[in-house]
Ligand binder design. Structure first.
Ligand code: HPA
Length: 273
């Protein structure tokens, strides 16, 4: 169980090295790694140096907290994120989001790779997350409520900020980048879905499926942070014509979409007040 004391410990370990207020927190998922190169980094802290921070076990995710500026905006960036399938609790996974809030972050931008189930979506496309379905069988808010941070029964009528979504659509239009707006369903993984599961998840009302983002969004909304979620469709999950998918195939699509994602997020950050 993650306590307020643990959150404070982690926050203080950063506070002694950094006294600013990062307005925007960014979690770099698959396909947004290159954004790190656009950041003027003032301070880089390995996760091992922050008490209670989990350490990523996935090779394609590095583990560092970057503090600096992007488009002259103070940002705090998680280079490397955590997943339930690694064996962490959802509270451990979302501890960094709690710490972001304690340090003054008001806007959270999260990216991920996902499988596209909407037949209009293509591999390499970007979807702005309009809504989500928590299909993880767990919730990071289970347990004693941290009343200092948010309410017992947080509202979820607007998990992803409509204001940020409009800004993101405006940015995409200005940059000539095609984006969809849809529903993300989170599953535990680590295996990809069977044909029957894709059919089922599509029938539930989801456009894409992935293994992250939802816990971070729930915890951010618990603390009244505004959330923007962006997904890269790395594989097409059409149950009636499903092909085997490898990690290489996923990473290749993410790499193709990476320049689009990087310029889109950079553009959005320049507009966030
Ligand atoms: N399913 C779940 N997670 C994913 C997928 C998928 O097809 N592709 C990339 N992440």
């Amino acid at each position: 169980m993650v306590s307020l004391a643990m959150i404070n410990d982690a926050t203080n370990a950063i506070r002694v090295r950094y006294s600013g207020t990062p307005a925007i927190g960014i979690i770099l998922g698959t396909g947004l790694g290159a954004l790190a190169e656009c950041i003027k980094v003032d301070l880089s802290i390995p996760y091992e140096d922050i008490p209670h921070f989990p350490v990523s076990t996935v090779e394609s995710h590095t583990g560092r907290l970057l503090i600096g500026t992007l488009q002259d905006k103070p940002v705090m960036v998680m280079q490397g994120r955590f997943h339930q399938y690694e064996g962490y609790s959802l509270q451990q996974i979302t501890l960094p989001v709690r710490v972001f809030k304690m340090l003054g972050v008001r806007t959270l931008i999260v990216s991920n790779a996902c499988g596209g189930m909407n037949p209009l979506y293509r591999r390499g496309d970007i979807m702005l997350i309009d809504d989500h379905i928590n299909f993880l069988g767990d919730n990071p808010l289970i347990g004693p409520n941290l009343d200092e941070l948010g309410p017992r029964f947080p509202d979820m009528s607007e998990p992803y900020s409509q204001r940020l979504l409009s800004m993101a659509e405006e940015s995409a239009l200005e940059l000539g980048i095609k984006v969809h707006r849809g529903v993300y369903v989170a599953v535990t993984g680590p295996n990809l879905e069977t044909r029957a599961e894709y059919r089922f998840l599509r029938a539930l009302g989801a456009d894409v499926v992935g293994m992250s983002t939802v816990p971070e969004c729930i915890v951010a909304r618990h603390m009244d942070m505004d959330v923007l979620g962006l997904s890269i469709i790395t594989d097409q999950c059409f149950p009636d014509s499903l092909h085997p998918v490898s990690l290489e195939h996923v990473l290749e699509a993410a790499a193709i979409a990476e320049p689009k994602m990087t310029s889109l997020v950079t553009h959005i950050v320049s507009k966030v007040s």
